[in-house]
Design a protein around this ligand. Structure first.
Ligand code: NAD
Ligand code: 89V
Length: 349
Protein backbone atom coordinates (compact mmCIF):
# COMPACT_ATOMS: atom_id res chain seq x y z
CA UNK A 1 0.00 0.00 0.00
CA UNK A 2 1.41 3.43 -0.87
CA UNK A 3 0.54 5.21 2.37
CA UNK A 4 1.06 8.83 1.51
CA UNK A 5 3.48 10.06 4.14
CA UNK A 6 2.61 12.92 6.49
CA UNK A 7 5.56 14.59 4.75
CA UNK A 8 5.99 15.62 1.12
CA UNK A 9 3.10 14.79 -1.21
CA UNK A 10 3.84 14.10 -4.87
CA UNK A 11 2.06 13.97 -8.19
CA UNK A 12 3.31 11.19 -10.49
CA UNK A 13 2.92 11.66 -14.27
CA UNK A 14 3.33 8.82 -16.78
CA UNK A 15 1.97 5.35 -15.96
CA UNK A 16 3.87 3.65 -18.78
CA UNK A 17 6.54 0.99 -19.09
CA UNK A 18 9.14 2.23 -16.60
CA UNK A 19 6.65 3.75 -14.11
CA UNK A 20 6.35 0.57 -12.04
CA UNK A 21 9.93 0.98 -10.89
CA UNK A 22 9.29 4.57 -9.83
CA UNK A 23 6.06 3.67 -8.02
CA UNK A 24 7.56 0.67 -6.23
CA UNK A 25 10.47 2.90 -5.25
CA UNK A 26 8.22 5.72 -3.95
CA UNK A 27 6.68 3.19 -1.53
CA UNK A 28 10.19 2.88 0.01
CA UNK A 29 11.30 6.52 -0.02
CA UNK A 30 11.32 8.08 3.46
CA UNK A 31 9.68 11.49 3.90
CA UNK A 32 7.52 11.45 0.78
CA UNK A 33 4.70 9.63 -0.96
CA UNK A 34 2.64 9.79 -4.16
CA UNK A 35 -0.76 11.38 -3.52
CA UNK A 36 -2.05 11.26 -7.10
CA UNK A 37 -1.12 9.71 -10.44
CA UNK A 38 -1.70 11.29 -13.84
CA UNK A 39 -1.73 9.69 -17.26
CA UNK A 40 -3.50 11.02 -20.34
CA UNK A 41 -4.74 7.44 -20.75
CA UNK A 42 -7.43 6.99 -18.07
CA UNK A 43 -7.15 3.20 -18.21
CA UNK A 44 -3.45 3.38 -17.31
CA UNK A 45 -3.97 6.01 -14.65
CA UNK A 46 -6.76 4.11 -12.91
CA UNK A 47 -4.97 0.73 -13.10
CA UNK A 48 -1.76 2.15 -11.62
CA UNK A 49 -3.67 3.97 -8.84
CA UNK A 50 -5.39 0.71 -7.95
CA UNK A 51 -2.24 -1.42 -8.05
CA UNK A 52 -0.10 0.97 -6.03
CA UNK A 53 -2.76 2.14 -3.57
CA UNK A 54 -2.72 5.76 -4.75
CA UNK A 55 -5.78 7.68 -3.55
CA UNK A 56 -6.42 9.78 -6.70
CA UNK A 57 -5.93 9.42 -10.44
CA UNK A 58 -6.31 12.13 -13.08
CA UNK A 59 -5.67 12.56 -16.80
CA UNK A 60 -4.69 16.24 -16.89
CA UNK A 61 -1.39 17.53 -15.48
CA UNK A 62 -3.07 20.92 -14.95
CA UNK A 63 -3.91 19.49 -11.50
CA UNK A 64 -0.46 20.85 -10.60
CA UNK A 65 -2.15 24.26 -10.26
CA UNK A 66 -4.21 22.93 -7.30
CA UNK A 67 -1.47 23.76 -4.78
CA UNK A 68 -1.81 20.25 -3.30
CA UNK A 69 1.59 18.90 -4.36
CA UNK A 70 5.06 19.38 -2.84
CA UNK A 71 6.78 17.81 -5.87
CA UNK A 72 6.08 16.12 -9.21
CA UNK A 73 7.79 13.05 -10.68
CA UNK A 74 7.60 13.18 -14.51
CA UNK A 75 8.07 9.73 -16.06
CA UNK A 76 7.14 10.49 -19.67
CA UNK A 77 9.18 10.54 -22.89
CA UNK A 78 11.48 13.42 -23.76
CA UNK A 79 9.26 15.26 -26.26
CA UNK A 80 6.71 15.92 -23.47
CA UNK A 81 9.16 17.28 -20.90
CA UNK A 82 9.25 20.99 -21.83
CA UNK A 83 5.47 21.34 -21.52
CA UNK A 84 5.16 19.27 -18.33
CA UNK A 85 8.13 20.87 -16.54
CA UNK A 86 6.72 24.23 -17.67
CA UNK A 87 3.39 23.47 -15.95
CA UNK A 88 5.21 22.55 -12.73
CA UNK A 89 7.35 25.69 -12.87
CA UNK A 90 4.25 27.82 -13.41
CA UNK A 91 2.75 26.19 -10.30
CA UNK A 92 5.99 26.53 -8.30
CA UNK A 93 6.19 22.73 -7.84
CA UNK A 94 9.71 21.16 -7.62
CA UNK A 95 10.40 18.54 -10.31
CA UNK A 96 12.20 15.26 -10.82
CA UNK A 97 12.04 14.44 -14.53
CA UNK A 98 13.16 11.29 -16.34
CA UNK A 99 15.98 11.26 -18.85
CA UNK A 100 16.40 12.32 -21.58
CA UNK A 101 15.77 15.91 -20.45
CA UNK A 102 14.88 16.98 -24.00
CA UNK A 103 15.82 16.02 -27.59
CA UNK A 104 18.35 18.85 -28.12
CA UNK A 105 20.51 21.26 -26.12
CA UNK A 106 18.44 24.29 -27.12
CA UNK A 107 15.33 22.83 -25.49
CA UNK A 108 17.31 21.70 -22.41
CA UNK A 109 18.68 25.25 -22.02
CA UNK A 110 15.18 26.75 -22.37
CA UNK A 111 13.64 24.41 -19.78
CA UNK A 112 16.48 24.97 -17.30
CA UNK A 113 16.49 28.76 -17.70
CA UNK A 114 12.71 28.94 -17.22
CA UNK A 115 12.90 26.91 -13.99
CA UNK A 116 15.95 28.77 -12.66
CA UNK A 117 14.34 32.20 -13.27
CA UNK A 118 11.25 31.01 -11.34
CA UNK A 119 13.39 29.55 -8.54
CA UNK A 120 11.86 26.08 -8.99
CA UNK A 121 14.31 23.21 -8.33
CA UNK A 122 14.54 20.59 -11.10
CA UNK A 123 16.44 17.27 -10.90
CA UNK A 124 17.06 14.82 -13.74
CA UNK A 125 16.12 11.23 -12.84
CA UNK A 126 19.46 9.96 -14.13
CA UNK A 127 19.94 6.74 -12.18
CA UNK A 128 23.01 4.96 -13.59
CA UNK A 129 25.32 6.98 -11.28
CA UNK A 130 23.08 5.86 -8.39
CA UNK A 131 23.76 2.18 -9.13
CA UNK A 132 25.57 0.64 -6.14
CA UNK A 133 28.58 -0.35 -8.24
CA UNK A 134 29.19 3.23 -9.35
CA UNK A 135 28.70 4.72 -5.88
CA UNK A 136 31.42 2.27 -4.68
CA UNK A 137 33.65 2.99 -7.71
CA UNK A 138 33.38 6.72 -7.00
CA UNK A 139 34.45 6.03 -3.37
CA UNK A 140 37.53 4.09 -4.55
CA UNK A 141 38.49 6.86 -6.99
CA UNK A 142 37.95 9.56 -4.33
CA UNK A 143 40.18 7.62 -1.88
CA UNK A 144 43.17 8.26 -4.18
CA UNK A 145 44.01 4.53 -4.21
CA UNK A 146 44.67 4.60 -7.97
CA UNK A 147 45.91 8.19 -8.07
CA UNK A 148 44.95 10.91 -10.53
CA UNK A 149 42.63 9.60 -13.24
CA UNK A 150 44.12 9.48 -16.75
CA UNK A 151 41.82 7.24 -18.82
CA UNK A 152 38.35 5.68 -18.79
CA UNK A 153 36.41 3.27 -20.95
CA UNK A 154 32.65 2.79 -20.44
CA UNK A 155 30.72 0.46 -22.70
CA UNK A 156 27.14 -0.72 -22.82
CA UNK A 157 26.79 -3.20 -25.67
CA UNK A 158 24.04 -5.79 -25.97
CA UNK A 159 21.14 -6.82 -28.17
CA UNK A 160 18.29 -6.71 -25.66
CA UNK A 161 14.89 -6.36 -27.32
CA UNK A 162 14.30 -2.81 -26.07
CA UNK A 163 11.68 -2.17 -28.78
CA UNK A 164 8.84 -4.28 -27.36
CA UNK A 165 8.67 -2.35 -24.07
CA UNK A 166 9.71 1.00 -25.55
CA UNK A 167 8.27 0.99 -29.12
CA UNK A 168 8.80 4.76 -29.49
CA UNK A 169 12.54 4.06 -29.81
CA UNK A 170 12.02 2.61 -33.31
CA UNK A 171 10.95 6.05 -34.58
CA UNK A 172 13.28 8.17 -32.41
CA UNK A 173 15.75 9.97 -34.71
CA UNK A 174 18.19 10.85 -31.89
CA UNK A 175 18.07 7.35 -30.42
CA UNK A 176 21.10 5.59 -28.91
CA UNK A 177 23.00 8.57 -27.55
CA UNK A 178 19.85 10.07 -26.01
CA UNK A 179 18.53 6.74 -24.67
CA UNK A 180 21.67 5.09 -23.26
CA UNK A 181 24.59 7.29 -24.30
CA UNK A 182 23.25 9.94 -21.93
CA UNK A 183 23.65 7.49 -19.02
CA UNK A 184 27.24 6.80 -20.08
CA UNK A 185 28.07 10.49 -20.54
CA UNK A 186 26.75 11.28 -17.06
CA UNK A 187 28.78 8.34 -15.67
CA UNK A 188 31.89 9.60 -17.49
CA UNK A 189 31.46 13.02 -15.85
CA UNK A 190 30.69 11.41 -12.45
CA UNK A 191 33.78 9.18 -12.56
CA UNK A 192 36.36 11.17 -14.54
CA UNK A 193 35.17 14.76 -14.12
CA UNK A 194 33.72 17.26 -16.56
CA UNK A 195 34.58 16.95 -20.25
CA UNK A 196 34.89 19.74 -22.80
CA UNK A 197 35.33 18.07 -26.24
CA UNK A 198 33.76 15.13 -28.08
CA UNK A 199 34.46 13.17 -31.24
CA UNK A 200 31.77 10.71 -32.26
CA UNK A 201 30.92 8.13 -34.92
CA UNK A 202 27.34 6.84 -35.13
CA UNK A 203 26.00 3.69 -36.78
CA UNK A 204 22.52 2.50 -37.66
CA UNK A 205 22.85 -1.29 -37.70
CA UNK A 206 19.37 -2.73 -37.16
CA UNK A 207 17.09 -2.59 -40.21
CA UNK A 208 14.04 -0.35 -39.97
CA UNK A 209 14.98 2.02 -37.16
CA UNK A 210 14.98 5.79 -37.66
CA UNK A 211 18.04 6.71 -35.62
CA UNK A 212 21.45 5.39 -34.60
CA UNK A 213 21.60 2.18 -32.53
CA UNK A 214 25.35 2.35 -31.95
CA UNK A 215 27.65 5.25 -31.08
CA UNK A 216 31.36 5.52 -30.24
CA UNK A 217 32.38 8.71 -28.43
CA UNK A 218 35.85 9.97 -27.51
CA UNK A 219 35.92 12.56 -24.71
CA UNK A 220 38.65 14.94 -23.51
CA UNK A 221 38.08 15.76 -19.82
CA UNK A 222 39.02 19.05 -18.17
CA UNK A 223 41.68 17.22 -16.06
CA UNK A 224 43.22 16.08 -19.39
CA UNK A 225 41.98 12.52 -18.91
CA UNK A 226 40.59 10.81 -22.03
CA UNK A 227 37.61 8.46 -22.12
CA UNK A 228 35.98 6.20 -24.69
CA UNK A 229 32.21 5.81 -24.27
CA UNK A 230 30.52 3.33 -26.58
CA UNK A 231 26.94 2.10 -26.67
CA UNK A 232 25.11 -0.38 -28.89
CA UNK A 233 21.83 -2.27 -29.02
CA UNK A 234 23.21 -4.29 -31.95
CA UNK A 235 25.90 -6.32 -30.18
CA UNK A 236 25.41 -10.08 -29.95
CA UNK A 237 26.99 -11.84 -27.01
CA UNK A 238 25.93 -14.77 -24.86
CA UNK A 239 25.07 -14.51 -22.06
CA UNK A 240 23.59 -11.10 -22.85
CA UNK A 241 25.39 -8.57 -20.60
CA UNK A 242 22.27 -6.28 -20.38
CA UNK A 243 22.01 -4.01 -18.39
CA UNK A 244 25.64 -3.93 -17.28
CA UNK A 245 28.00 -1.05 -17.97
CA UNK A 246 31.51 -2.50 -18.36
CA UNK A 247 34.94 -0.92 -18.73
CA UNK A 248 37.83 0.42 -16.70
CA UNK A 249 39.17 3.54 -15.08
CA UNK A 250 42.95 4.05 -15.13
CA UNK A 251 44.98 6.27 -12.79
CA UNK A 252 48.67 7.05 -12.27
CA UNK A 253 48.81 4.42 -9.46
CA UNK A 254 46.48 1.72 -10.69
CA UNK A 255 43.33 0.64 -12.51
CA UNK A 256 39.79 -0.35 -11.58
CA UNK A 257 38.08 -2.71 -14.01
CA UNK A 258 34.26 -2.89 -14.17
CA UNK A 259 33.59 -6.54 -14.93
CA UNK A 260 30.54 -8.75 -15.58
CA UNK A 261 28.73 -9.92 -12.45
CA UNK A 262 29.04 -6.45 -10.84
CA UNK A 263 32.73 -6.98 -9.99
CA UNK A 264 35.16 -4.11 -9.39
CA UNK A 265 38.73 -5.44 -9.90
CA UNK A 266 41.25 -3.07 -8.28
CA UNK A 267 44.88 -3.26 -9.49
CA UNK A 268 47.54 -1.36 -7.51
CA UNK A 269 51.19 -1.87 -6.57
CA UNK A 270 49.89 -3.63 -3.46
CA UNK A 271 48.30 -6.30 -5.66
CA UNK A 272 44.86 -7.08 -7.05
CA UNK A 273 41.49 -7.49 -5.35
CA UNK A 274 37.92 -8.12 -6.47
CA UNK A 275 34.95 -6.37 -4.87
CA UNK A 276 31.63 -8.06 -5.73
CA UNK A 277 28.72 -5.62 -5.46
CA UNK A 278 25.62 -7.42 -4.19
CA UNK A 279 22.11 -6.62 -5.35
CA UNK A 280 19.73 -5.18 -2.73
CA UNK A 281 17.36 -8.17 -2.90
CA UNK A 282 14.04 -6.37 -3.20
CA UNK A 283 10.81 -8.35 -3.66
CA UNK A 284 9.77 -6.18 -6.62
CA UNK A 285 12.97 -6.36 -8.67
CA UNK A 286 13.73 -9.11 -11.20
CA UNK A 287 16.53 -10.15 -13.56
CA UNK A 288 17.83 -8.83 -15.83
CA UNK A 289 16.61 -5.37 -14.69
CA UNK A 290 17.68 -5.60 -11.02
CA UNK A 291 20.81 -3.46 -11.30
CA UNK A 292 18.78 -0.61 -12.81
CA UNK A 293 15.75 -1.15 -10.57
CA UNK A 294 17.86 -1.02 -7.37
CA UNK A 295 19.11 2.43 -8.36
CA UNK A 296 15.61 3.97 -8.55
CA UNK A 297 14.85 4.22 -4.77
CA UNK A 298 18.38 5.66 -4.22
CA UNK A 299 17.77 8.28 -6.94
CA UNK A 300 14.38 9.28 -5.59
CA UNK A 301 15.56 9.35 -1.97
CA UNK A 302 18.37 11.72 -3.03
CA UNK A 303 15.77 14.02 -4.62
CA UNK A 304 13.62 14.11 -1.46
CA UNK A 305 16.58 14.50 0.93
CA UNK A 306 18.00 17.43 -1.08
CA UNK A 307 14.55 19.00 -1.41
CA UNK A 308 14.00 18.85 2.34
CA UNK A 309 17.51 20.10 3.21
CA UNK A 310 17.63 22.76 0.50
CA UNK A 311 20.75 21.11 -1.03
CA UNK A 312 21.65 21.02 -4.75
CA UNK A 313 20.77 17.77 -6.51
CA UNK A 314 23.74 15.78 -7.89
CA UNK A 315 21.91 15.66 -11.22
CA UNK A 316 20.29 19.09 -11.13
CA UNK A 317 18.99 20.46 -14.42
CA UNK A 318 21.75 23.08 -14.31
CA UNK A 319 24.56 20.55 -13.81
CA UNK A 320 23.00 18.13 -16.31
CA UNK A 321 23.25 20.77 -19.06
CA UNK A 322 26.93 19.75 -19.27
CA UNK A 323 25.89 16.14 -19.95
CA UNK A 324 23.33 17.16 -22.57
CA UNK A 325 25.83 19.50 -24.19
CA UNK A 326 28.15 16.47 -24.59
CA UNK A 327 25.30 14.56 -26.26
CA UNK A 328 24.61 17.50 -28.60
CA UNK A 329 28.33 17.78 -29.37
CA UNK A 330 28.40 14.05 -30.17
CA UNK A 331 25.60 14.41 -32.73
CA UNK A 332 27.26 17.49 -34.27
CA UNK A 333 30.60 15.65 -34.39
CA UNK A 334 29.01 12.61 -36.04
CA UNK A 335 27.40 14.89 -38.63
CA UNK A 336 30.49 17.03 -39.32
CA UNK A 337 33.43 14.69 -38.76
CA UNK A 338 34.88 17.35 -36.45
CA UNK A 339 35.72 17.30 -32.76
CA UNK A 340 33.14 19.58 -31.10
CA UNK A 341 33.58 21.58 -27.88
CA UNK A 342 30.69 22.08 -25.48
CA UNK A 343 31.54 25.65 -24.44
CA UNK A 344 30.13 26.96 -27.73
CA UNK A 345 26.89 25.00 -27.13
CA UNK A 346 26.32 26.20 -23.57
CA UNK A 347 26.96 29.77 -24.75
CA UNK A 348 23.85 29.44 -26.93
CA UNK A 349 21.70 29.87 -23.77
P1 NAD B 1 5.96 5.14 -21.98
O1 NAD B 1 5.66 5.80 -23.28
O2 NAD B 1 5.80 3.66 -21.81
O3 NAD B 1 5.09 5.83 -20.81
C1 NAD B 1 4.87 7.21 -20.78
C2 NAD B 1 3.46 7.44 -20.25
O4 NAD B 1 3.27 8.84 -20.09
C3 NAD B 1 2.36 6.94 -21.21
O5 NAD B 1 1.47 6.11 -20.49
C4 NAD B 1 1.69 8.22 -21.70
O6 NAD B 1 0.29 8.05 -21.88
C5 NAD B 1 1.97 9.18 -20.55
N1 NAD B 1 2.00 10.59 -20.96
C6 NAD B 1 2.71 11.15 -21.97
N2 NAD B 1 2.50 12.48 -22.02
C7 NAD B 1 1.64 12.78 -21.00
C8 NAD B 1 1.03 13.98 -20.53
N3 NAD B 1 1.28 15.16 -21.12
N4 NAD B 1 0.19 13.90 -19.47
C9 NAD B 1 -0.06 12.72 -18.86
N5 NAD B 1 0.48 11.54 -19.26
C10 NAD B 1 1.32 11.58 -20.33
O7 NAD B 1 7.45 5.58 -21.61
P2 NAD B 1 8.51 4.75 -20.71
O8 NAD B 1 9.14 3.68 -21.54
O9 NAD B 1 7.90 4.44 -19.40
O10 NAD B 1 9.67 5.86 -20.53
C11 NAD B 1 9.43 7.06 -19.86
C12 NAD B 1 10.78 7.74 -19.70
O11 NAD B 1 11.61 6.95 -18.85
C13 NAD B 1 11.54 7.89 -21.02
O12 NAD B 1 12.09 9.19 -21.12
C14 NAD B 1 12.66 6.84 -20.92
O13 NAD B 1 13.88 7.25 -21.56
C15 NAD B 1 12.88 6.76 -19.45
N6 NAD B 1 13.43 5.46 -19.03
C16 NAD B 1 14.37 5.51 -18.07
C17 NAD B 1 14.93 4.34 -17.59
C18 NAD B 1 15.92 4.49 -16.47
O14 NAD B 1 15.73 5.34 -15.63
N7 NAD B 1 16.98 3.71 -16.42
C19 NAD B 1 14.55 3.09 -18.11
C20 NAD B 1 13.55 3.08 -19.10
C21 NAD B 1 12.98 4.28 -19.55
O1 89V C 1 17.72 2.93 -18.78
C1 89V C 1 17.14 3.33 -19.79
O2 89V C 1 17.05 4.52 -20.08
C2 89V C 1 16.45 2.32 -20.67
C3 89V C 1 17.31 1.07 -20.76
C4 89V C 1 16.74 0.06 -21.72
C5 89V C 1 18.73 1.44 -21.13
O3 89V C 1 17.28 0.51 -19.47
O4 89V C 1 16.15 2.86 -21.89
Amino acid sequence: MNAVSQNLKGLFIGAGFFSRNHLNAWAEVEGAGIAAICDRDPVRAEAAAKEFGIAEWVTDAAVLQSGRFDFVDICTTMETHEALVGLAVQAGVPVIVQKPFAPDIETCLRIEANARKAGVPVMLHENFRFQKIFRRLREILSSGEIGDITFGRLNWRNDIDVYTNQPYLVETRRFMIMDVGIHMLDLARFLLGDASEVSCFNQSVKEGIAGEDAATMLLRHDNKAVSVVDVSYASHKSPNPFPQTLGEIEGRLGTVEILEGQVLRVHTAAGRRDEVIAEDGRAWTAAPWTQIQDSVPRTQQHFIDCLRDGRDFETSAQDSLKTYALAEAAYRSAASGRTVGIAELLKEA
